[in-house]
Design a protein. Structure first.
Ligand code: FE
Ligand code: FE
Length: 209
């Protein structure tokens, strides 16, 4: 059943994103589809979620905040300081209202694609990972290894992505969303990684800053 008109969504989206973001978006859509094939997820949902995951990304930050306020989307303290994070929640809102996607699974996958969270659904894991490994990406560390792992052990690839994301964010000046740390702890434990202990220590250090 073709519930979503993907070419139509693409045309609409292309007008809202800059060229690089649009290409990234297509990369995430195709990578989500490949992962869905590998793990038996719904192909159409995976493509739709991948395609729309960054639909709010190119809205200027002040406007992101204004739109969230206007539509009663709560803004956390971390998001107030780093409004680009709002593109996830706002993206899910726009996916529902502007792109007419009603499927909760797709909308949730859009909501959690930036921070991740503990106990993600299959679709959430697919979009989270596809965002990190799509072919246009080149800067992140251990990409080659994570790309291979993504098609062998999804949870382990999610764990590796969260680990590297936290490591990267830790070097920067901005705050880290608590949900990313929670997700990291959950997937480290799930994968039997001892680094979970290090993460606790790391979080402790962070909170003392
Ligand atoms: Fe994003
Ligand atoms: Fe993205």
């Amino acid at each position: 059943m073709n519930q979503y008109n993907i070419p139509k969504l693409q045309r609409k989206l292309k007008k809202e994103l800059d060229e690089d973001r649009y290409r990234h978006t297509l990369g995430v859509m195709y990578t989500s589809a490949a992962l869905a094939m590998c793990y038996g997820a719904d192909l159409e949902k995976a493509q739709t979620a991948g395609l729309l995951h960054d639909c709010a990304k190119c809205i200027p930050n002040e406007k992101k905040i204004r739109l969230c306020q206007k539509h009663q989307i709560p803004i956390s303290r971390v998001e107030q300081g780093a409004p680009f994070l709002l593109h996830s929640k706002l993206g899910a809102y726009l996916a529902r209202t502007k792109y007419e996607v009603e499927d909760e699974e797709i909308l949730e996958a859009i909501v959690w694609h930036t921070t991740g969270k503990p106990e993600m659904s299959l679709l959430e894991k697919i979009v989270f990972l596809a965002d990190y490994i799509e072919p246009m990406r080149w800067k992140a560390s251990n990409l080659e290894e994570i790309r291979r792992m993504a098609f062998q052990n999804l949870d382990r690839a999610v764990y590796m992505t969260l680990r590297d994301t936290l490591e990267y964010l830790e070097k920067g000046s901005g705050e880290v969303d608590e949900m990313t740390r929670n997700a990291y702890r959950y997937y480290a434990k799930l994968c039997g990684e001892s680094e979970a202990g290090d993460a606790e220590a790391f979080c402790h250090v962070q909170s003392e800053k």
